[in-house]
Design a protein around this ligand. Sequence first.
Ligand code: PMP
Length: 349
Amino acid sequence: MSRRDVVRSLPPYKQGAAEGPDAVKLSSNENPYPPLPSVVAEIERRLGSYNRYPSMGAVEVRTAIAERFGVTPDQVAVGAGSVEVATQLVHATAGLGDEVIFAWRSFEAYPIITVVGGATPVKVPLRPDLHHDLDAMAAAITDRTRLILLCTPNNPTGTTLHTDEVEAFLARVPDDVIVAIDEAYVHFNRDADSVSGLDMLARHPNVVNLQTFSKAYGLAGLRIGFSISSAEIAEDLRRVATPFAVSDLAQHAALASLAHEDELDVRVERIVAERERVTAGLRSQGWPVGDSQANFVWLSTGDDTARIDNVLRSHGVFARCWQPEGIRLSIGSQQENDRCLEAFADAVR
Ligand code: PMP
């Protein structure tokens, strides 16, 4: 197959849709709250210098991220969202004929960025309990494996990976294979046994921790994410990065968000409390809802998925549905979640 045929065979990345004036958009795992007033003020203060390129090295924001996480700025790489940093990782590690392993189902961008990078995706099915099958992922490693993507909490199932199982997994991964731990939803995670990519990095130099300002920090529309890794890997990521991809506005909004994390934490706690309320509400209606540690929940609705999706849409509620697997429902504001619970109640057979 030529490269163009490969590109044409890609499933399009579906943006979670929402139509109608009162639409409740719970399809993209966004934060229901706008950026903090102090962050908006900083953005407004920066408006206007668009004739200039942003700082390509993003030194100020990399320094602030490094201080926040107790690493050095040369260990930090940034991108236009963590999806761009994940793309940098593919470009820096894997070429034609190389393999990238990830669980499936997981973040839908993984196969796209792998194939566009010329490499071959190796999708390892989740276990029946919707956790990563780390044994099967270790068994899938070949001498062509260059990169392994672990996602915790996993999008779309909300399941987490624990420190002991990831330690055991890493012991089976050759040192020259990079293991990215994608923690886009880390702020919503209340599972104390969960792995921390940063802790792993201290013992395993082949680990890369991926994070984003899109979720807990509420900056999805501005596009900025980052990685923390060895300085050597971070330097490679900066080499392959699209020049000037992270705008000045995004860099300064990220800086202002880091300066006001305590205020953002209050919002995160509200979202976590709403996640528990929505989970309990859906379960009391009889729906098969998994335990989620993210800002969304997963319902294993199987063959019934498309029917339920239609009922939700008729109520103006938009979730992400994968017929015949299930439904991923983002946690919105209290009012949005109430509308959503009403819509689900109507979908009960
Ligand atoms: N990783 C995971 C697991 C995600 O679900 C997402 C967003 N849906 C991202 C990374 C990318 O987010 P962003 O590019 O907005 O940082």
